[in-house]
Design a protein around this ligand. Structure first.
Ligand code: MG
Length: 265
């Protein structure tokens, strides 16, 4: 009798646990689970595997092909979105009549007034008009995320340097899959997906990542950000939050145009 009573208690506990488990299943799982269950019963109606909600928001494009949900950082008109990194005054790079801008060597890096977390960034750049220097000295600039993580910009067309420092390298961390750099008389595109690292209790909990498409070609395939992209020494991992996008003045007159960003929430 005592055994039967104990078994009944155990059964009750197990049953209530099962009930709790089913209640705590997230809603998005329920939909998938339902499809799996139905597939076991051989679905014959195509409608049973259609999901209609949420409906993706429709966006449009302007004449420069900028998505309507993007934040325009530079469209050729002005540098309103940018400040000088060294003293937070108005950015002083050169705006050209053809709606491009050029690094003004010696004025220093520029960065966005706004801070960003995880983002998709589009930018177009062109190496200096006159071929000067070699290696890291030819057409060097760079785009930094959260002021710390550099995707290298460099005239890497027939210009050898260390592989983890050439165009589209995650500087000193990841070598690009191919060298898709065009000659210095042509504009080039970077499309970059950046996921920020996450910190907890003063330590890195989840690494950030980069995916980079150069002139339409995948060159960094969701690579792990190991920490800050240091010129000397290993990456560092001090906790931080959102930060600006920064463009580097490496003393070479690199050109930019059509820069926009989409926040990934
Ligand atoms: Mg650089």
């Amino acid at each position: 009798m005592k055994n039967i009573f104990s078994l009944s208690i155990i059964a009750l506990v197990l049953f209530s646990c099962r009930e709790n488990t089913s209640i705590s299943v997230p809603e998005d799982r329920i939909e998938t689970d339902t499809i799996v269950t139905k597939s076991q019963k051989e679905i014959t109606d195509p409608k049973e595997t259609e999901v209609w909600d949420p409906e993706p928001k429709a966006i449009s494009f302007d004449t420069m092909n900028v998505p309507s949900d993007a934040i325009v950082l530079f469209n050729g008109e002005d540098l309103e979105q940018w400040i000088a990194t060294k003293d937070s005054t108005q950015a002083g790079w050169t705006i050209n009549p053809d709606k491009t801008m050029t690094v003004k060597p010696g004025t220093g890096d520029i960065q966005t007034k706004r801070n960003f977390g995880s983002v998709q960034l589009h930018l177009e750049w062109k190496a200096p008009d006159v071929l000067v220097g070699d290696g890291q000295g030819r057409g060097n600039s760079g785009v930094f995320f959260q002021n710390r993580y550099e995707v290298q910009i460099l005239d890497s067309y027939q210009n050898r340097t260390y592989a983890n420092g050439q165009a589209t390298s995650i500087y000193k961390q990841h070598i690009p899959l191919v060298n898709a750099t065009k000659p210095n008389d042509q504009w080039q595109t970077y499309d970059i997906i950046f996921h920020q690292p996450e910190f907890e209790n003063g330590k890195k909990k989840t690494s950030g990542s980069f995916t980079v498409i150069h002139n339409g070609v995948l060159v960094q395939d969701h690579v792990e950000i190991l920490g800050t992209t240091e010129y000397i020494g290993p990456p560092k991992n001090s906790p931080h939050g959102e930060g600006p996008i920064k463009l580097q003045d490496h003393s070479n007159p690199v050109h930019y145009r059509n820069i926009w960003i989409r926040e990934l929430k």
